[in-house]
Design a protein around this ligand. Structure first.
Ligand SMILES: Cc1ncc(COP(=O)(O)O)c(C=O)c1O
Length: 414
């Protein structure tokens, strides 16, 4: 493909531009290579990797299917039965023929889970955040937003699209948040956006202290519980529930794609707030709704996890074993309070080579995490052990990490 020329002008070659940008990513070690995986419904966390040398069995160590619910027999059965009864798609937006009884049931289920008056379902957690935050921020007159620096990209997008003024406070820094809040009149509408379990750090938000500040300065609280629902709190109701703070959060957002193992996102809150979002959010109004079979699977998964303390216990047993074994090595892991265990390597190219070795030489899949997901110099793996990893798999993982750590001459952080 050659640039077209007319007279002295030479027009841009679009394809050259794209190639150049991709080459920059490759040179920085940030080019994303997707592992071509085939997950099997009955062998989780073992999957088939379609490598350039042919298919190979690997153990997945970085899935957000934290409890393996995507393969749970009752959840899979709910999808099959629902597809047979109601078909594959929803038939439209919620407004135009796309509201199924299962959507209504799912919204009642999530509202009850978080003890809120109402719930609203979106096609993903990303859309739930983007649409709700944008709608609230834009709609509240003269609103100002306050965001933790590590909130998810979907939350940043939502607030940015609203174009309201925003303050970013450094991660979990309550003094800075107080300082920012106190610069405004108490009567001015304010929105604090934060996350309960930060997925790249594996740490928690100080939920109670943020609620105290919100009360003091009359701010609305918006909490993303995507990495917490299903795992923390009573019956998997989330971290705010576990800390007895659920009633103090105005909007609890979550999704069905991580511990619940399906897809879709939601918000819960007061009847009026949820109805306002339902009535004004473009990302809710103008898109086809979730297929009823997905809603059915999400309801089943929530119901199963409401009674699954034994599965959660097995998760924690494995998380604790992983952290204990890593503690006896030089591997630079973070001893987090959560089920997520980051292993920080600190260089994009080494991180990519390290994870390639894990995959090629040990049959272990843990993808590298690079900028902009984490800051440059903080490249890492993000390990997620599940209740379905065996003790043997955990020991093999720690041995492989420890061996490669030495081979790559990596150091433990001081
Ligand atoms: C904190 C957080 N919020 C929201 C999302 C988006 O959720 P979904 O994958 O359902 O779009 C993610 C996804 O990784 C996330 O980490």
């Amino acid at each position: 493909m050659f640039p077209k020329k007319t007279g002295k002008l030479s027009y841009m070659s679009y394809d050259n531009f794209f190639e150049k940008q991709l080459n920059i990513l490759k040179a920085e070690g940030r080019y994303r290579v997707f592992a071509d995986l085939e997950r099997h419904a009955n062998t989780f966390p073992v999957a088939t990797w379609h490598s350039s040398h042919g298919p190979k069995q690997v153990v997945v160590w970085c899935s957000n299917d934290y409890l393996g619910m995507s393969q749970h027999l009752e959840v899979v059965d709910a999808v099959i039965k629902s597809a047979q009864s109601y078909g594959a798609g929803s038939g439209g937006t919620r407004n135009i023929s796309g509201t199924a009884h299962l959507h209504v049931e799912l919204e009642c289920t999530i509202a009850a889970l978080h003890e809120k008056e109402a719930g609203l379902v979106f096609t993903s957690g990303y859309v739930a955040n983007e649409a709700t935050l944008c709608t609230l921020a834009k709609g509240l007159p003269d609103c100002v937003a306050f965001c933790d620096e590590k909130i998810h990209a979907s939350m940043i997008q939502g607030i940015s699209h609203s174009r309201i003024p925003k303050h970013v406070f450094s991660h979990n820094n309550l003094d800075q948040l107080r300082q920012q809040l106190s610069a405004y009149d108490k009567a001015k509408p304010k929105l604090i956006a934060f996350v309960s379990v930060y997925s790249m750090e594996g740490d928690f938000a100080p939920i109670e202290a943020i609620c105290d500040l919100a009360e003091e300065y009359n701010a609305l609280t918006y909490l993303d519980e995507v990495h917490a629902v299903g795992i923390y709190g009573k019956g998997g109701a989330g971290l705010a529930n576990a800390l007895n703070q659920q009633h103090r959060i105005d909007v609890i957002q979550g999704n069905f794609a991580k511990a619940y193992g399906v897809i879709g996102g939601y918000v819960t809150g007061s009847k009026n707030l949820v109805d306002y979002v339902r009535s004004f959010a473009s990302g809710f109004i103008f898109t086809t709704s979730l297929p009823p079979m997905v809603a059915s699977a999400a309801i089943k998964s929530i119901q199963v996890l409401q009674q699954a303390d034994d599965l959660r216990q097995k998760l924690w047993d494995n998380v604790n074993l992983l952290k204990k074994l890593l503690g006896n090595t030089q591997v630079n892991y973070r001893n987090t309070p959560s089920h997520i265990v980051p292993v920080v390597i600190g260089d994009a190219i080494i991180c990519k080579n390290f994870t390639d070795s894990l995959l090629n030489d040990f049959g272990i899949y843990a993808q590298p995490i690079n900028y902009p997901t984490v800051p440059k110099g903080m490249e890492r793996m993000r390990l997620t052990v599940t209740p379905h990893h065996t003790e043997e798999m955990i020991r093999q993982m720690v041995d492989a990490l420890s061996y490669l750590w030495g081979k790559f001459f990596l150091k433990k952080a001081g």
